[in-house]
Design a protein around this ligand. Sequence first.
Ligand SMILES: NC(=O)c1ccc[n+]([C@@H]2O[C@H](COP(=O)([O-])OP(=O)(O)OC[C@H]3O[C@@H](n4cnc5c(N)ncnc54)[C@H](OP(=O)(O)O)[C@@H]3O)[C@@H](O)[C@H]2O)c1
Length: 312
Amino acid sequence: MWTKNEMPDQTGKTVLVTGANSGIGFETALAFYETGAHVVVASRDAAKVEEAIKKMKAVGGSGTLEGEILDLASLNAVNVFADAFTGKHHHLHILVNNAGVMTPPASRTEDGFERQFGVNFLGHFALTGYLYPLLKQTPGARVVTLSSGAHKLVDAIDFENLRFEKSYDANRAYAVSKLADLQFALELQRWFEKTGDPVLSTAAHPGVTQTDLSRHMSEDTLKAALAHFKHLMPAWQGALPTLFAATSPTVKGGDYYGPDGENELVGYPAPAQLSAAARNEAAAKTLWAYAQRVTGLSYPTADSSNGSDRMS
Ligand SMILES: NC(=O)c1ccc[n+]([C@@H]2O[C@H](COP(=O)([O-])OP(=O)(O)OC[C@H]3O[C@@H](n4cnc5c(N)ncnc54)[C@H](OP(=O)(O)O)[C@@H]3O)[C@@H](O)[C@H]2O)c1
């Protein structure tokens, strides 16, 4: 039973957590602060950042806290954030791609993408790409990307419907975004192996955890979900698979962790099951090429990876 008491001391590390003002992101950032890291608490709202930092300080930690604004629904905002981050920090030991939105009413990101795909996946794809030079120059760096058991609900990315070309099915779009997160995490690991950059890419999911993620569910849907799942984990417990993936010395690149209970709904960190679609390398490469094209950024290749220039 791995808990955050097993986390190695994080003193000297710089950690960036997206969506750190709430739920699993808050608990993840707090655990890193408690164990000595310099934690960049990223949120899309200044007041929420301030409030989160206040709460973390009230709990106490041996690390340091820095608040930053990051709206993943705007590729330009991600670019501006990454520029400022790179100007300020020489290292990034752990990047936690945590922020997420679930089943909102049909809405687009600034760049015209379905919001869940745009925020949960595309914004993080761009953020990771822009921060790649920092990651690769940081010994022992890791990227943890949050997926969900919901990734198993779909067997492919709807490339023909990412900008509302067809109909909107909120649940399906969430599942697509979480499949994309997982394909991304695994392809990123293959990318690091190909370039020889000494960074690990891992993934995690929090089973069913009580957070604000359900804010867009109707009362009836929420009631039915609660009756179905019976027990939801508190956010500190839902953060454990992320923290394990980010810090355990036993983790390997491409590993995926979730709770160890029945159907991976609740419990303590253990290897989690990937769907066939998540393991589909060809599909992941198609997604990667699509994401590079629509974000306009190119991850460094083995040939270009020797330089430390920021990506265009
Ligand atoms: N809770 C679960 O049972 C569960 C299950 C499977 C997977 N997950 C995954 O776990 C991760 C964390 O979710 P959670 O459960 O902790 O939910 P949460 O409490 O709602 O936290 C989500 C975080 O993402 C942020 N966010 C939303 N849209 C954003 C945007 N455009 N730009 C930047 N940040 C944005 C939210 O900010 P605001 O507060 O400003 O909205 C919030 O900080 C998500 O990736 C989710 O898909 C959760």
